[in-house]
Design a binder for this molecule. Structure first.
Ligand code: ZN
Ligand code: ZN
Length: 413
């Protein structure tokens, strides 16, 4: 029996401070909406304290609870699975329209729904995605500053470190989160400044090059990803429409932009398993034609992914392409986190579904129709899958067909 807390309280407090000062850069008087699993309450309290110290107006937290979620799958009547809390999301959307900031804490058990009826899971997700849309659009449209950070819950830690005791597993995951979030460094805020400057160097170079497409080659991969007309590369800190510069993802290692939804061709092999709503999809192989993912095979979980692809027309098309060096700290940790926020930052990736409006030149002033006309994709889903490794090369292809190396063996060329 030990009474020692496996989560270093000083670093946890630093993570709360980084979430407010780097992640959100919460403005004086700004309201804040937090969503979190109940088990992440210790981090919610640190964040709330730092938010009020920074001058927050009102901080409101909406907690989720794994046991309550599972009770629905066990006892709810069939009609329940087409329902969603639209009233809650409308309220969130109203708050964002009034300039509230948004902070999500990820840490849910990634396998929570693994044993549930996939048809019910998919119906519940679809109803939820549709109801969430008004609030999500304000986030993906970057109307307000938002941030996502993680907390090492026991259920998540046991999945990542199944052979360790509870305390050891939580301690290991906590340390991995702290390292990736740069709160293990003497001055985390300065470390983020430097990291943001490095990412800026990369996206500035890509924006100057104005590549028409990227060409990926590697084991099982020969893929051309056309980039949207007037696309813009981004990464690290950026300015939301409300004028606040924030770091939406903590951690983040990627520079990313919007592909053209009709100009993706070839085949591609995933380089890491994908954890999606409690299912693990392994060894995915896809084939694209004219932007459409026309075939998706996997050693495990193909049916789960194919169901998601049937959500809407945009689900089969790409909404994001992102570059991450193989030597990124998260990749170097060698840990499979079963959490997109971490696993996507370990590897170059693409995402099925919704694009980011802000990944266009003058994106903030473009209408949905203009974004669509320039090749941006529209969907209820946004699911990243990992296609980079130390065996993958990427070339930038100019409009005249000439090429230039972008990455070699997973590293910036
Ligand atoms: Zn990404
Ligand atoms: Zn993404």
């Amino acid at each position: 029996m030990t009474t020692q807390n496996p989560i270093d309280p000083v670093k946890l407090d630093k993570l709360g401070e980084v979430a407010i000062k780097v992640g959100l850069q919460l403005a004086e008087g700004q309201d804040l909406i937090i969503t979190a699993p109940m088990t992440a309450a210790p981090l919610v309290r640190r964040i709330t304290e730092h938010a009020y110290k920074a001058g927050a107006g009102l901080v409101t937290t909406i907690y989720s609870d794994e046991e309550a979620t599972l009770a629905r799958y066990k006892y709810a009547n069939d009609a329940s699975f087409d329902r969603a809390a639209g009233w809650l999301y409308s309220g969130m959307a109203e708050a964002y329209k009034n300039n509230a900031a948004r902070l999500a804490i990820s840490g849910d058990n990634p396998m929570m729904l693994a044993g549930q009826d996939p048809a019910k899971v998919s119906r519940a997700n679809r109803a939820n995605s549709a109801a969430y849309r008004p609030a999500l659009e304000l986030i993906t449209g970057f109307d307000i500053n938002w941030n996502i950070v993680s907390y090492p819950t026991l259920a998540w830690a046991k999945l990542v470190f199944p052979n360790d005791s509870d305390d050891i597993a939580v301690g290991k995951l906590a340390d991995a989160i702290f390292a990736a979030s740069r709160v293990d460094q003497p001055d985390p805020i300065a470390a983020w400044k430097e990291h943001n400057a490095n990412l800026k160097k990369r996206w500035t170079w890509l924006n100057e090059k104005k590549f028409a497409s990227l060409h990926y080659t590697g084991p099982g991969t020969d893929l051309t990803v056309g980039l949207a007309d007037g696309h813009r590369w981004k990464g690290g800190a950026s300015e939301a429409k409300n004028g606040v510069t924030c770091n939406p993802n903590i951690p983040t290692e990627e520079v990313f932009t919007t592909p053209h939804r009709e100009r993706v061709d070839g085949y591609v092999a995933a380089t890491k398993p994908l954890s999606h709503n409690g299912s693990l999809i392994e060894e995915m192989q896809g084939r694209f034609e004219n932007g459409r993912l026309i075939e998706l095979k996997a050693a495990k979980g193909a049916d789960v992914f194919n169901k998601v692809l049937d959500t809407d027309e945009g689900a089969r098309r790409l909404g994001e392409v992102a570059l991450v060096p193989h030597s990124s700290p998260i990749s170097a940790s060698g840990i499979l986190f079963f959490n997109t926020l971490y696993d996507e930052n370990a590897s170059c990736h693409i995402a099925q579904g919704q694009c980011y409006a802000d990944c266009f030149i003058d994106g903030k002033s473009l209408s949905q129709e203009q974004i669509f006309a320039q090749g941006g994709n529209k969907s209820l889903i946004h699911i990243d899958w990992m296609i980079g490794s130390d065996k993958v090369d990427i070339d930038g292809v100019h409009a005249d067909g000439t090429t230039e190396p972008v990455m070699r063996k997973g590293e910036w060329a």
